[in-house]
Design a protein around this ligand. Structure first.
Ligand code: ADP
Ligand code: MG
Length: 448
């Protein structure tokens, strides 16, 4: 086995809380970055991708475990890495050339050598002629080229990138991706390994030699496999789309262990052994769930998730919570990368607004623990009202403070829509709706 450049051993990250509980963001994880590989790290937002990247890059100290740089503890090693961020992070008051020279200056390189190296790298990334421009004069794509030049000018052994193409338009992103890949495959740059965080599945399959999928709450590796397709990769070929489908499948089924990886890769799925009390409610709106279900019914009750996303011009990050939510409610199942409508889902999609509310209420109480608890508490309590604090306390044993708030917000949103309860936002209390024979007739604002 090739010696690792960076090796993380049982690294974890948690944040202390005022109470005794701590928020675990990354559970103890082993991971190595070896020479010759582009590694893509995929995962839903909030799963800890950036946190893991920062620990591997030596920017953030793990709460437990250790990161080694060529087998030396990273804190005391002389490391040579750079990072490209989504937000470019250029100095607005410096010219392009000065921005690129900045890290060399920080390393104490002579003015002449700095200039030479910077001009050369600007040439390489296609910024020749822009040396004297200021960042604000450049388009997003050109600014990110400066970001790449500044990262590459130090000739990093490992290049880290955190969603570097996410802020760019589709064509610019595609263009920059293929240029980066060319620099890498032709060895124009001396970089030994690339570690790319992304939420774009196709981007990962297009670029990576190895793909790691993180699950959330706390962040943990769900699957880690090699991609053996030759470059340049064609998005339209069967092996490409099969792999994209497989990753969709892993991402859309957060509760199950990943199945066999397609033949184009050699997978070592890691079994997910954690058992959580509350499900993580995806932050999707009832209106969005209804929209997705209607589209699936319209497509004959079953469609490739990858194609649905494409049809909707949705990014994974936007579609996944909706698919997740529909699955949680029992309206949809995901099989082999296909979204398949269930009998309940079809009935929901084909009902009128009030019928939809009734079906949603039934599904919510049946499948979602938090909503079931709120509903039970309200029916059993004599005054039929309860403060949100009661549920926040239970949720924050499991989620971060921020996520606890988001979980409750989503539950409120769903429960209001389903007319399971009313929520008085000024008093922060849940209230059981007036006991009117048919709650369907309770007038409330339209669903989102
Ligand atoms: P990703 O990059 O996958 O979107 P991040 O690594 O940015 O995820 O964040 C992972 C989780 O860590 C999030 O749920 C976030 O709320 C939590 N987190 C980040 N910083 C802190 C902090 N200082 N205290 C508590 N939780 C934090
Ligand atoms: Mg991030």
């Amino acid at each position: 086995m090739t010696a690792a450049i960076i090796r993380a051993q049982q690294v974890e990250k948690y944040y202390a809380q005022p109470s005794e509980n701590r928020i675990q963001v990354i559970s103890p994880t082993d991971l190595s970055i070896i020479p010759g590989e582009i590694v893509a790290l995929l995962g839903p937002s909030g799963s800890g991708k950036s946190t893991l990247l920062r620990m591997l890059a030596g920017l953030s100290k793990p709460s437990g475990g250790e990161v080694f740089w060529h087998e030396k503890p990273i804190a005391s090693a002389e490391i040579n890495v750079s990072i490209v961020f989504q937000s470019f992070a250029l100095f607005p008051w410096l010219t392009v050339l000065d921005n690129v020279e900045a890290p060399l200056k920080a390393r104490g390189m002579s003015a002449r050598e700095r200039r030479e190296r910077s001009e050369k790298i600007l040439d390489t990334v296609g910024l020749d002629g822009f040396e004297a421009a200021f960042p604000k004069e450049l388009s997003g794509g050109m600014r990110q080229r400066v970001g790449f030049a500044r990262a590459l000018v130090v000739e990093p052994e490992v290049l880290f990138m955190d969603e570097p193409f996410s802020a760019l338009d589709v064509l610019t992103a595609e263009n920059l991706r293929s240029e980066l890949l060319q620099l890498w495959t032709k060895k124009t740059i001396p970089t030994q390994a690339i570690f790319l965080v992304t939420h774009n599945i196709e981007e990962a399959v297009l670029l990576a030699d190895r793909i790691i999928v993180l699950g959330r709450n706390p962040g943990h590796i769900r699957t880690d496999f090699k991609v053996t397709l030759p470059h340049p990769r064609d998005r339209k070929t069967a092996p490409f789309t099969q792999l994209v489908d497989y990753i969709y499948k892993v991402l859309t089924r957060p509760d199950v262990a990943p199945a066999e990886v397609p033949a184009t890769s050699n997978g070592k799925p890691v079994r997910d052994q954690r058992q959580m009390h509350y499900q993580m409610l995806p932050h999707a709106r009832p209106g969005g769930i209804a929209g997705l279900l209607e589209l699936v019914v319209d497509h004959g009750g079953k469609d490739d998730i990858y194609r649905l996303a494409d049809d909707l011009a949705f990014e994974v990050d936007d579609l996944l919570p909706i698919v997740d939510a529909a699955q949680l409610l029992g309206f949809l199942t995901v099989e082999e990368g296909d979204a398949v409508i269930t009998a309940e889902g079809r009935q929901y999609a084909e009902s009128e607004i009030l019928g939809q509310k009734t079906l949603f209420r039934k599904a919510a109480v049946e499948h979602i623990l938090l909503l079931r608890q709120i509903s039970r508490a309200l029916t059993t309590k004599s005054d039929h009202t309860i403060h949100e604090e009661f549920f926040l306390d239970m949720l924050d044993e499991q989620f971060s403070e921020e996520e606890t708030q988001r979980q409750l917000e989503t539950a409120i949103n769903w429960g209001r829509y389903a007319e399971l309860f009313e929520f008085d936002a000024s008093r922060r209390r849940f209230i059981l709706p007036e006991n009117d024979e048919s709650p369907e007739t309770v007038a409330e604002g339209p669903a989102e």
